[in-house]
Design a protein around this ligand. Structure first.
Ligand code: FAD
Length: 403
């Protein structure tokens, strides 16, 4: 029988993460949005609470959590603030290619020291370049083998947490001109000579930072290569398949917070002698928002569950990321409408959520890219599907209308 309930340990994790978000993040979300800094103190507490580095296996000092458990934690952290969630979540993204492609010995040598110390440490995921955004295969950063070392050259951009990172997961081209076929992925310690450039000035999610990353003749030992040369693009795609449910979870949290804040407000705000909630035009909006939050949650948990059970989850994780982030945008837009003028005021915090939600539709694959993934998978699924219906096009299998 299908069981949609959480196990006692999952329920405990969800409640603990929600309490963390309500206590540590919600009261500071507006201040963090204004400060434009990574809230290292909150990250430190999240690290100590076991909410970071989730997928590092226990043999390498990590918590070894499943993607399903991640959905519970990051829905809660996203409920608190999407920007803070991005800062806390990005280690999962930075380390995912290493969990997928590195050996346990490599993880123990390069990642374990970052996930077992007293102080929180950060990784950065460096795929995007100025001319390689949605088209990651256009990567120009190069990696050339010199003796028993690799030498990297190039500039990455939009790297979340790069300004505070100790380890950079860098996608580079080993055979310029060969597109995705020559890509490889490397672990690059900061002290190998990585330089940080301009920090982006964003319109939202200001509790996270993104910057350029300069690699100028950066030498790393042979064992910094993750997996094989030529497998970098594949590892990047496998990574994004896995990490999309993390973004979908943050989006679910944003969806739910918008419902909760807008419902509370609508019940309190009196106009024309009654709470605005009592107008069907408002309560129906809230009902639609609640339906979106619920479906974002179900879609996200389902995609994570599939991946945890070893099923191919590209289709479902892309759907989860697409709908949850589109609905986070819709719910925060509607929340502003329900708050009226107060929704437009900084102090009420709905604007923080609204601007934060927008990024969820852009990073880790824009929602257009999610649609490309879904459409490609759809094409494969339908090719082998016999619906029983005879299609009347191109003269093939046309129904017989003569009788
Ligand atoms: C705040 C923030 C944090 C980020 N963090 C990281 C990070 O940690 N590491 C990292 O490597 N990158 C990161 N990124 C980069 C992010 O993943 C890219 O911005 C994203 O993949 C889109 O690339 P682009 O911005 O170059 O847009 P482009 O690829 O230039 O796209 C521009 C527009 O065209 C659309 N488009 C492009 N190609 C197609 C197509 N074939 N069909 C239909 N539409 C298309 C896109 O959907 C988009 O709407 C971050 C970005 C931001 C803004």
């Amino acid at each position: 029988m299908v069981d949609y309930s959480l196990s006692p340990s999952e329920q405990e994790l969800y409640v603990r993460a929600m309490e963390f978000a309500r206590k540590e993040i919600v009261p500071r979300a507006i201040e963090l949005d204004i400060a434009n800094e990574i809230p290292i103190d909150i990250c430190q507490k999240a690290y100590k609470a076991g909410f970071m580095n989730l997928h590092i296996p226990k043999e390498a000092g990590g918590p070894g959590k499943s993607l399903f458990e991640e959905t519970l934690i990051y829905e809660a952290i996203g409920y608190g603030d999407a920007g803070t969630a991005t800062s806390i979540n990005v280690n999962n993204l930075a380390f995912a290619p290493l969990v997928i492609g590195a050996t346990i010995e490599q993880l123990q040598k390069y990642v374990q020291p970052l996930v077992t110390g007293e102080k929180v440490k950060f990784g950065a995921f460096c795929l995007t370049e100025r001319d390689a955004g949605s088209d990651a295969s256009a990567t120009k950063t190069t990696a050339v083998k010199e003796g028993d070392e690799w030498v990297l050259n190039g500039t990455k951009c939009w790297s979340t947490n790069a300004p505070v990172a100790d380890l950079f997961t860098v996608f580079a081209q080993t055979e310029p001109g060969s597109g995705y076929k020559g890509m490889a992925v490397f672990m690059v310690p900061k002290d190998a000579g990585v330089e940080i450039g301009h920090i982006e000035n964003k319109i939202g999610q200001k509790a996270s930072q993104q910057s350029e990353v300069f690699l100028k003749n950066v030498y790393v030992p042979e064992d910094c290569l993750v997996g094989e040369v030529g497998k970098g693009f594949h590892i990047a795609m496998m990574t994004l398949d896995k990490t999309r449910t993390g973004i979908a979870s943050i989006a679910t949290g944003v969806c739910q917070r918008a419902v909760d804040e807008a419902t509370k407000f609508a019940l309190k705000r009196v106009q024309f002698g009654k709470p605005i909630f009592n107008n069907q035009g408002i309560s129906f909006m809230l009902a639609d928002m609640a339906a979106r939050a619920q479906n974002a949650r179900l879609s996200t948990r389902y995609a994570a569950w599939l991946a945890d059970h070893g099923e191919k989850s590209s289709f479902d994780s892309a759907i989860a990321k697409l709908v949850a982030s589109d609905w986070a945008m819709q719910n925060t837009t509607d929340a502003i409408q329900i708050f009226g003028g107060y929704g437009y005021a900084v102090e009420y915090g709905i604007g923080t959520m609204f601007r934060g939600a927008k990024l969820l539709q852009i990073y880790e694959g824009t929602n257009q890219v999610q649609r490309i993934v879904i459409a490609n998978e759809l094409k494969k699924k339908v090719k082998t599907l016999d619906t029983g219906f005879k299609l009347n096009y191109a003269g093939v299998d046309a129904p017989d209308h003569t009788s």
